[in-house]
Design a protein around this ligand. Structure first.
Ligand code: PEP
Ligand code: MN
Length: 354
């Protein structure tokens, strides 16, 4: 059972709910978010009933959640969660695009990438400073220096930054460097210690789908983050492993509507790591937005042929700008808008064509 406390519930109200749950022999899990506290009763729920909690001071409502994942389930939170990333809203009417290179390489590369991302109208920038590479001999990322390069380049265009955290020991550095969104990559989706640590901070998290994870496993991983008190979680479908070898991964478009039904969290799609080839990215991006994705994570490099990592799948600045225009049309076709900093508002375009 989950007991949703009022945003202004007092500590004494929370303690009273906790005492009541314990008196019935169940365990208590308290998730203190920045907006509200959620109290989970863990154990034989048949002993509890919403009527026991609803009249208590500070309780907004209580309910039994049938799913194994609780805090992230849409069952108790019918409205879609909108996450504010330094003023950019993810999960609302706007479809947000996060663009940038696979990895941070040099200041000129990052400056050119940031300029391209901003010019195309995307609102957030990505770039890996710590790279999870299959080979220990491959480029491992620029590390802390890379975080600075990303922050500096993106900052010149007012773009919040998204970057991958692989090791809990780097979390404090990420916070100190002002990382706006912490990305947990596919290889760490079930790194439970890492999930617990990012669950303790007040920074939005993009949780990528494990390459062989079921939707239930993925949502349980998100539950780890939420259970720690960080409710700002964005799920990212990035393709799954199948028997098919014609592309890097299979983009599971079906996951988008299924997740939207199962969870209130925003869902975005990474078409770059799904297809693995730049030419596939536009079609997969359009499919994702048409299916209801709240955003896209797209690799863009000023000169893809010279990229130090994932060269085959990066878009050029021109390809990215052209894709943004197509996505604008797809977003409108499904009743959304493309969150873009420098694109004309829908109303202006209609006037222009009137
Ligand atoms: C990435 O986005 O840079 C990345 C490594 O992706 P994934 O974890 O999905 O492979
Ligand atoms: Mn990559």
């Amino acid at each position: 059972m989950i007991i949703v406390m009022h945003p202004d519930a007092r500590q004494a109200d929370i303690a009273a709910v906790e005492a009541k749950i314990r008196a019935h022999g169940l365990d208590v899990h308290i998730s203190r978010g920045t907006e509200r506290t959620l109290i989970g009763a863990v154990g034989d729920e048949r002993k509890l009933d919403p009527e026991m909690f609803d009249p208590l001071p500070g309780v907004e409502r209580s309910l039994h959640i049938l799913k194994p994942y609780k805090l992230v389930a849409r069952e108790w939170h019918k409205a879609s969660t909108v996450i504010d990333v330094a003023g950019v809203k993810i999960g609302g009417d706007d479809v947000q695009v996060i663009g940038g290179p696979c990895s941070v390489e040099t200041p000129p590369q990052m400056d050119a990438a940031a300029a391209a991302v901003a010019a195309a109208g995307a609102r957030l920038m990505r770039g890996g400073a710590f790279k999870p590479r299959t080979s220990p001999y491959a480029f491992q990322g620029k590390g802390v220096e890379g975080l600075t390069m990303l922050k500096d380049a993106a900052g010149k265009h007012g773009l919040p930054i998204v970057t991958e955290l692989m090791d809990v020991r780097m979390l404090d550095t990420f916070l100190a460097q002002g990382v706006d969104v912490i990305q947990i990559g596919t290889r760490n989706m079930q790194n439970f210690d890492l999930l617990k640590e990012v669950g303790k901070v007040d920074v939005p998290v993009i949780l990528k789908r494990g390459m062989s994870a079921t939707i239930a496993e993925w949502l349980m991983a998100a539950e780890y983050v939420a259970a720690g008190g960080n409710h700002k979680i964005i799920l990212c479908e990035r393709g799954i492993r199948t028997f098919e070898t014609a592309y890097r991964n299979v983009l599971d478009v079906t996951a988008v509507p299924v997740l939207k039904k199962e969870t209130h969290l925003p869902v975005i799609v990474d078409p770059s790591h799904a297809g693995g080839k730049a030419w596939m990215v536009p079609a997969l991006s359009c499919a994702a937005v048409a299916a209801g994705a709240d955003g896209l994570l797209i690799e863009v490099h000023p000169c893809p042929t010279e990229a130090w990592c994932d060269a085959d799948q990066a878009l050029t600045p021109a390809e990215f700008a052209a894709l943004m225009t197509r996505l604008d049309a797809v977003a409108r076709a499904v009743g959304r808008t493309l969150g873009a900093s420098s694109r004309p508002a829908a109303a202006d375009v209609e006037t222009a064509f009137a």
